[in-house]
Write a protein that binds this ligand. Sequence first.
Ligand code: FAD
Length: 287
Amino acid sequence: MRISTILADEKVRLSCEVFPPKKFDGIAQASEVAREIAALKPAYMSVTYGAAGSAPGHTLAVARAVQEAGVTPLCHLTCVQSTKAHVQQVLADMKTAGMENVLALRGDLPADGACCRDFTYASELVEFIHTQGDFCVGAACYPEGHPECPSRMEDIDNLRRKVDAGVDFLTTQMFFDNGILYNFLYRCLRAGIDVPVCAGIMPICDPKQVKRAVQLSGSIMPPRFAAIADRFAHDPQAMAQAGIAYATEQIIDLVANGVNNIHLYTMNKPWIARKIVENLSSIIHMG
Ligand code: FAD
């Protein structure tokens, strides 16, 4: 099913992100993780592309496992290090596998700056995808502004250009302070960006994740969460419990304020997704 169709009504829904393995022999295990999360019946599941060292070619394999488990898959696709011919082949393979949804991303710039110059921005990929078939296309957005962009206003202008290129829905970078999302949604509305925005939530259950999440996302860690991390960093079980509770509260506040689409960064941990779903069983109806 097209994600734009899934997001068309006012239902409160949860979607989940998984990532493929680094090596080919990890596909079976990653697919099993995907199936366990799919059993919770999220609205759809996204599968990352080449992120955190995972092999780009494995996205489709894990997306197939999601599809076979009866959940709509969303395949991520990055472009900054790919030729048009390569992207064209990936999209053809997705089409053959019956994939209807693509999250169009630029990808992070390599440290040595050695990019293939066929694509510079995700907006160019969005346009290109539409020339290759009838895909539903999503894109990324950054409530705190993309780290490379000098100002949030400029970032919103760039986002509007990306949406105008043919984006059906947006997924946010993780954030830990809902006020930042509300402010961002207001700026989107003022800029005329009116596609559905899925709010990305990452439950931080491991103290090592705190630093990494801040580095990856450029997210501001609110003092309330920093205190939790300080207090429970030495005790993994307590940290996991507090991290789940924090993310649960964040989601309840979002839903209470009319944000209906929550996207959970599961870190490939089915138990995290399960706990969140259990905590919200009367607030978010799965399936
Ligand atoms: P763009 O939209 O191209 O924006 C990149 C920068 O360029 C921004 O600063 C923007 O303001 C600026 N810009 C855009 N257009 C213009 C213009 N016309 N002129 C001047 N400046 C412009 N990475 C992966 O490798 N694999 C994944 O699977 C993956 N999944 C992600 C999922 C989500 C929900 C998010 C939020 C991020 C994900 N990323 C992933 C990370 C992403 O690739 C990086 O954040 C990357 O640095 C930017 O990608 P983008 O698609 O947002 O880029």
